[in-house]
Write a protein that binds this ligand. Sequence first.
Ligand code: PMP
Length: 396
Amino acid sequence: PSLGLGGHSSRSRGRRRRPSSSPPLQLPTGEPADGIPGLIGNTPVFRLKSISEYTGCDVLAKAEFLNPGGSSKDRIALYLIERAEKEGLIKPHIGCCIFEGTSGSTGISLAMIARAKGYKCHIVMPDDIAREKSDLLVKLGATVERMPPCSIVDANHFVRVARRRADEYTEANRPENGGNGATGYFVDQFENTWNFEAHFTRTAPEIYHQVPEIDVFVHGSGTGGTLAGVTRFLKPRVPHLKVYLADPQGSGLANKVNYGVMFSSTEKEGTRRRHQVDTIVEGIGLNRLTRNFAYLFPPSPAGECLLDGAVTVTDQDSVYMSRWLMANDGLFVGSSSAINCVAALRVAKRLGPGHTIVTVLADSGQRHITKLWNDDFLRSRSLDSGTPQSLDQFFS
Ligand code: PMP
């Protein structure tokens, strides 16, 4: 008899069965959260119904877009600020300032948490990023500096400027310079491995607790923090676990994972910039190995990677998946989430029915109104914004 598992009763290894109909109402319990930081994390996991029914797998998504700042980046923003507090690098309410070079969600999360905790926040971003992002940062209380785009070897690259501004701020506020000792803290999400730790200590244990029957984890990589943190935590605990990178077109990470090929450090920022203008996908894809991504290559004689493979997804397929999920699941996702879902679908189909596959929806379509969700913009990139008739389309 059907137990409401989407018509698939052949699941193996006696895994816990979960009904696909709505669960009975659960009233919230426990203490009130302690301010906005207390609302970060513990995001729910839910079944991607259309993809699960099509593949016969349980394809599950962690709803990171439900974090109060709208993305998974709330986690690292909170963790990096609290670690810096613990190390004595910053103190609240004395004028300490958080600095980061970012064009995306990390800045938004940092600005929100800085306000909640009593810090200033200064974000340096390229000046070709959509105006609505810098406007939002200002509304969240940050100061914003926009720089002409250039290579990271250039002293005016936005990340290098952010680092320099933090140093200048600390210097200017030294008591011997007449200041009160307030410091500047450069977050450095790509190279700061507290990013990895944030996911290793919070995101990954949550997934393990919520989906103990996990067989596969699928996720893209921007800084590498999420993928490396979750993989390093889960692999020793779930020996049969397979992990696949979901990579947008133009990114070099898939080649690194599948063939061990990576761009040289001299090419890296030129290609990163090209990659950014060549894809409509924001937040994931890279042509260099960050310190956080490097956790996926633990020291070993062969230097092998902890990932089991990589799936490259085109911009067109990310658009089609975003339209499919809206039309069939009522889900309004951003571009990296759409890429994750295409990769999860392909992995599920390849592995066959009965597997439990987990991916992450990092942010919602609301952060992508002017690109992924703008049909005129898509047309200007020769991309079709039609809704697929069937998931077969992703295999033709
Ligand atoms: N999706 C979005 C929208 C993001 O902003 C990011 C972070 N850049 C990611 C996915 C990837 O996360 P990570 O940095 O942990 O690799």
